[in-house]
Design a protein around this ligand. Sequence first.
Ligand code: ZN
Length: 111
Amino acid sequence: MAWSSSNRDARFNPGWERTRKQILERDRYRCQWIVTDWHTGAKHICGYSANEVDHKVRAKNGEPDDDSPSNLWALCPYHHSQKTAQESAEQRRMNRERRKEEQWYSHPAFQ
Ligand SMILES: [Zn+2]
């Protein structure tokens, strides 16, 4: 499941494996996802055992992702899959809007 994104990262950054390890060590193999406590509203990190490194902000339009440490964090499998699902939903939404726009401009009024 994490394969597609790791392969993508590897393609853009040959040193990805090393970067990945650095980030995991920086974050002490703990998930950095910010969780808001249901009762108190206090924010804390998830802290669950993490073995995946994720881009906080993914690049748009097929540009290479920003692999600088400030854009990378360790995530547990649960939060990583949550975020990936959110990102692909966002991607689908953007694709839908692009299609709508194309339909609009292919309208006879614009020909
Ligand atoms: Zn987590």
